[in-house]
Design a protein around this ligand. Structure first.
Ligand code: GTP
Ligand code: MG
Length: 221
């Protein structure tokens, strides 16, 4: 839940990258850290890993300042995907303002995707968040691998859900990472604007919000 601190004119927002083990959540964050403009981002924190598996979380802070002086800070977190870290996942998920669900496109990972999505639904309920109103984007990662489900099949499968269309990515190569993040920012803007009057009170339009928070070398070239 967005957290406004009046004394500092600061608005804190939290986005959580959720999904099954090894789907590429940490890789998404590492790519954002590489691709986003230096003036928008802070240090990437990668906390406690063993064999490259997240044990606690990763965090990347990014931000912008509105012309009203609003100091808007967005913290991007990843959860540990391994089944046994459920209490950590729940803690990281708490007070989230938006979710990127990173699924694995490989044919043999479809059960893990479904279990992880079910786990997201359960944990959202436990931390008092509503999946129907929370800005959420579903990304199918690892499109560069060989034995993957075709995009058309996936899109059809999810067509009747509020999360259609899905985003396709190959996070290892940086493809689709910023695009996925932009879709999330668009959905997040609607929610935050309604609550905090980003446009009316702080002169932060949707365009400023999305473009500035996802500005990268390529888009500014
Ligand atoms: N081929 C390919 N490999 C990928 C891609 N994205 C991530 N990987 C690899 O998959 C492995 C797991 O990636 P991570 O980003 O650590 O996965 P995670 O979701 O953070 O995993 P946990 O922290 O255990 O939940 C690493 O070896 C990555 O390099 C991709 O798009 N394509
Ligand atoms: Mg990880």
């Amino acid at each position: 839940m967005a957290d406004f601190i009046p004394e500092d004119n600061r608005l804190n927002l939290k986005v959580v990258f959720y999904g099954p083990a090894l789907s590429g959540k940490t890789t998404n964050l590492m790519q954002l850290h590489t691709l986003l403009m230096p003036e928008r981002k802070g240090e990437l924190m990668v906390l406690e890993t063993r064999d490259d598996r997240t044990l606690f979380f990763d965090m990347l802070p990014i931000g912008l300042r509105g012309s009203s002086g609003l100091d808007l800070r967005l913290k991007l977190y990843t959860v540990p995907g391994q089944v046994q870290h459920d209490s950590t996942r729940k803690a990281v998920l708490s007070r989230a303002d938006g979710i990127v669900f990173v699924a694995d496109s490989q044919r043999n990972q479809q059960d893990s995707n479904a279990i992880a999505f079910g786990n997201l639904e359960e944990n959202l309920e436990k931390v008092g968040l509503e999946i129907d109103t929370l800005p959420l984007v579903v990304q199918f990662n690892k499109r560069d691998m060989t034995d993957i489900i075709e995009e058309e099949t996936l899109q059809q499968r999810w067509a009747s859900t509020p999360w259609s269309p899905l985003q396709m990515a190959s996070a290892l190569h940086g493809d689709g990472v910023v695009e996925t993040f932009r879709v999330l920012l668009n959905r997040l803007y609607a929610q935050v604007d309604a609550e905090f009057g980003l446009a009316a009170r702080h002169d932060i339009s949707r365009d400023i919000f999305v473009t500035q928070l996802s500005a990268n070398e390529a888009s500014n070239a």
